[in-house]
Design a protein around this ligand. Sequence first.
Ligand code: 5GP
Length: 189
Amino acid sequence: MSDKTTKTIMEPRLITLHDCDFSTYIFEEEIIARINILAEQIDQEYAGKNPLFLAVLNGSFMFAADLLKRVSIPCEISFIRLSSYQDMQSTGKVKEVLGLTEDVSGRHIVVLEDIVDTGHTVNNLLHQLAERNPASVEIATLLMKPECLQHELNIKYVAKSIPNDFVVGYGLDYNGLGRNLRDIYKIVS
Ligand code: 5GP
């Protein structure tokens, strides 16, 4: 790829979703490079363990797909739902886990999240999973906002930590829009 091409790809872009403007923030190339690192770590740490990845829908679908393509050890994936976010404010209300039909007892679980903000979602999910006696549970998240965390959580795999900005793209939405974007955008304040 020539310098000229790279420069063209990396130029900031502005988009409008509903009533908000967003600007490019983390480009696809960086996302994939960071996911490659996570996949290598997981390959090493879960060899021989047949991990069960639990991807939390909707936001983690792109992260889950790109990560799983790069994990080369035998593994399984299932998709669950558990959401607490409406508009741009975390409600703190967490729903039950939906769609977990697998018997997770004795399994090594890796939860795949799009973003950890307050940590309410992951904290609640960890409690619900613990009741099902898995062998281990770790969290892999694409993004994390350490400033916002309200729980003592040990998040083992974080592709990137970011400040407290509202972001969209690469699976993350703003009221339904933006999930299809290849790059991550942040709100223009
Ligand atoms: P938490 O429970 O950690 O506060 O929030 C986790 C969920 O809130 C994420 O799975 C995601 O759906 C949503 N969320 C948190 N921060 C953002 C953000 O900056 N952008 C978007 N689109 N969703 C977010």
